[in-house]
Design a protein around this ligand. Structure first.
Ligand SMILES: NC(=O)c1ccc[n+]([C@@H]2O[C@H](COP(=O)([O-])OP(=O)(O)OC[C@H]3O[C@@H](n4cnc5c(N)ncnc54)[C@H](O)[C@@H]3O)[C@@H](O)[C@H]2O)c1
Length: 338
């Protein structure tokens, strides 16, 4: 049973929620985050400050690219498990500043993998994204399907992470699980994501931009469900199969490595306009709608087949988007006193 968990990206949206869950269950967590200024650093500092109130949590503020710093932290903390969530995230910003994605996501992830290999951790778990499905149109997306048509550098770096991790799992027998997350939303959420931007704009009487004239679908996944899925997957350690026939149908386990890719999504395709209607209903206020064409690099729909997650953990994310929106709005009003 792992006790000590090193999480990267704990000042971030998902890392914060995961750390909170794990310390509440008695794990010792060390967080590692560079507090990048991609969005409001105050929000990141508040998340860390909240976690630091708990005696089982400590944190280091440094960049992943600083290999010595990461190695020092890993050597001192001696984690049983590493969950790597820190990344330059954001699909759209990758058109403006692609280099940041190479630095954080490729070099940074390599440094995490090196430390995991050297310390022979029991399990390395890392974040990928539904964006790796790129131009695929067959839905819902399954882990076993070909995913070779990434549409942004963000998605390409995440796909590269999957390949790099497979190689390390194969070479060094390093048990590795990659998550493909689908549009995560919830309390303490990211200011660059749709729900935050919509709620903020509606409350301040600013128009909201609705891309592809609203003809968009997303598999919105509530953050509490997502981190519950991650928590349970920590215990689902992949093992290298003796022969390919040992792999069960529908399992993405590699035939040559202790390596698996798992979708974490709500398995529900929600129309963006229905999502916006629900926000308006919750706020009791109409949005000023600015209908726009499709954005470069964006995809019209995502939808997860999350049956592998359910098979491995017995858990199925189920929060309805109306409930998730209500929780986010309550947090937003309380946090910003609006
Ligand atoms: N939120 C989503 O909808 C979503 C969807 C798919 C995948 N993901 C992936 O999940 C992970 C977590 O996403 P999030 O929404 O919590 O994002 P986030 O931006 O809120 O958190 C990422 C954290 O990583 C830190 N960071 C970034 N680059 C770093 C670096 N080079 N060194 C050290 N720290 C660095 C940032 O300061 C930030 O606190 C990311 O890998 C992201 O790509 C998120």
């Amino acid at each position: 049973m792992p006790q000590r968990i090193l999480i990267t990206g704990t000042a971030g949206f998902i890392g914060f929620h995961l750390a909170k869950l794990l310390i509440s269950e008695g794990f010792h967590v060390h967080g590692y985050d560079g507090m990048t200024d991609y969005y409001d650093v105050n929000l990141k500092r508040k998340r860390h400050a909240t976690l630091l109130q708990h005696p089982n949590f400590a944190a280091t503020e440094a960049m992943l690219e600083d290999q010595k710093s990461f190695d020092d932290v890993a050597d001192r903390f001696r984690p049983d498990v590493i969950v790597h969530l820190a990344a330059q995230a954001g699909v759209r910003y990758s058109l403006e500043n692609p280099r940041a994605y190479l630095d954080s996501n490729v070099i940074g992830t390599f440094n995490v993998m090196e430390a995991a290999r050297r310390l022979e951790v029991q399990h390395l778990l890392m974040a990928s994204t539904s964006s790796v499905y790129g131009a695929n149109t067959e839905m819902p997306f399954t882990e076993g399907e070909k995913a070779d048509t990434q549409l942004t550098i963000y998605a390409a770096t995440k796909k590269a992470n999957e390949s790099m991790a497979h190689a390390y799992a194969h070479l060094w027998n390093l048990p590795t699980t990659m998550f493909r997350f689908f549009t995560v939303y919830g309390t303490w959420g990211r200011p660059d994501l749709a729900l935050y931007k919509f709620v903020d704009a509606i409350l301040k009487d600013r128009p909201i931009d609705i891309y592809n004239n609203g003809d968009m679908y997303r598999d919105f996944t509530y953050v509490d469900d997502l981190v519950r899925g991650i928590r349970l997957l920590i215990d689902a350690v992949p093992h290298r199969p003796n022969k390919p026939e040992d792999i069960e149908p529908g399992d993405s386990l590699s035939p040559v490595a202790p390596f698996r890719i798992v979708n974490i999504g709500n398995s529900d395709k929600v129309r963006l306009l229905d999502f916006i209607d629900a926000i308006e209903e919750c706020l009791g206020k109409k949005a000023i709608r600015n209908y726009m064409p499709m954005q470069m690099g964006d995809v019209p729909a995502t939808w997860a087949d999350a049956s592998l997650l359910q098979r491995l953990t017995g858990f199925k994310p189920e929060t309805h988007f109306k409930d998730g929106i209500a929780q986010f709005v309550a947090w937003f009003r309380d946090y910003y006193r609006i």
